[in-house]
Design a protein around this ligand. Structure first.
Ligand SMILES: Nc1ncnc2c1ncn2[C@@H]1O[C@H](COP(=O)(O)OP(=O)(O)OP(=O)(O)O)[C@@H](O)[C@H]1O
Length: 265
């Protein structure tokens, strides 16, 4: 865990201007190293999703810099992502993040449109598509169907395939299991862990659930009101939380030192 993949320095985001100005993120700095899963935790409205969107390139910071492999993620002149497909995101609610008018095949292949034609052809081949959907637990006969025909867990598998079709190195998982039944949460989390191992992925894992963060992450940052209040290894933060806010988050957990821990608790 030595190569710095992503580096945030003094990142801030203000929505609106003047009397309508609202500060969602303030002075956020941390690095994520290749191969790790970095957790971001905080209560609702603390700025986690805004940060995730800025790292993905779906929104831009109003202050600070975000470097990916040492290069600004943004081309400041065009506000376009420099390397399309390299950083992908899976959202919390597959019900609203998957376009209901598109078939599963169209949804999964859509991110390839950002890539050059040759790469698009190669990454969108039938063999590759079928291998990917089978890996996430779907079947070829699902491809012509529409999102509403699937369960929440299946829809999140579609969203995961969509994120992986470009063969990204870095994936942001924004509350990927929060909208799912407890019984399917663990399956999706375990699938994400396996995919990370098989593909050498790096994750930014956003959650408001400490149990899930502990199950998934190597290091983590605690966010409160748009600021990072604590950063460290998951083990350190769980065993020696420094901030009272982190202690409050931890005190809501049922069994911190229970070895039979399961993410579905
Ligand atoms: N497009 C926007 N325009 C204006 N304000 C916004 C916008 N998006 C988010 N905000 C505000 O920024 C703050 C941070 O929101 P954000 O969604 O990043 O928090 P969060 O920690 O991800 O919350 P949750 O866990 O509920 O998703 C909130 O006060 C929110 O209302």
């Amino acid at each position: 865990m030595t190569r710095e993949l992503l580096q945030l320095s003094g990142v801030g985001k203000q929505y609106g201007k003047g009397s309508k100005a609202h500060r969602a993120v303030s002075d956020v700095s941390f690095s994520i190293y290749a191969g790790e899963t970095f957790g971001l935790i905080g209560e609702s409205g603390s700025g986690k999703s805004t940060l995730g969107k800025m790292v993905t390139g779906l929104d831009y910071p109003t202050e600070g810099t975000i470097l990916y492999e040492g290069i600004s993620l943004w081309n400041e002149k065009t506000y376009k992502r420099r390397k399309p497909g390299e950083v992908q995101i899976v959202f919390q609610d597959p019900q609203s993040s998957l376009d209901p008018r598109m078939s599963v095949q169209e949804i999964i292949l859509e991110p390839l449109w950002a890539l050059p034609a040759e790469e698009r052809r190669q990454k969108g081949s039938k063999e590759r598509l079928h291998a990917l959907i089978s890996r996430v637990g779907l079947k070829p006969e699902h491809l012509p169907r529409y999102p509403h025909e699937f369960s929440g867990g299946q829809r999140q598998r579609i969203a995961i395939a969509r994120a992986l079709i470009t063969d990204p190195a870095f994936v942001i998982l924004d509350e990927p299991t929060s909208a799912l039944d407890v019984s399917v949460q663990a399956h999706v989390l375990n699938l994400l862990k396996e995919l990370k191992r098989e593909r050498g992925l790096t994750y930014l894992f956003i959650s408001h659930n400490m149990s899930v963060i502990r199950y998934m992450c190597d290091r983590m940052a605690v966010m409160q009101k748009g600021r990072i209040v604590e950063t460290g290894t998951v083990t350190d933060i769980f065993e020696h939380p420094q901030e009272s806010y982190t202690q409050t988050l931890l005190s809501s957990l049922p069994s911190l030192h229970n070895n039979s821990y399961s993410p579905s608790l």
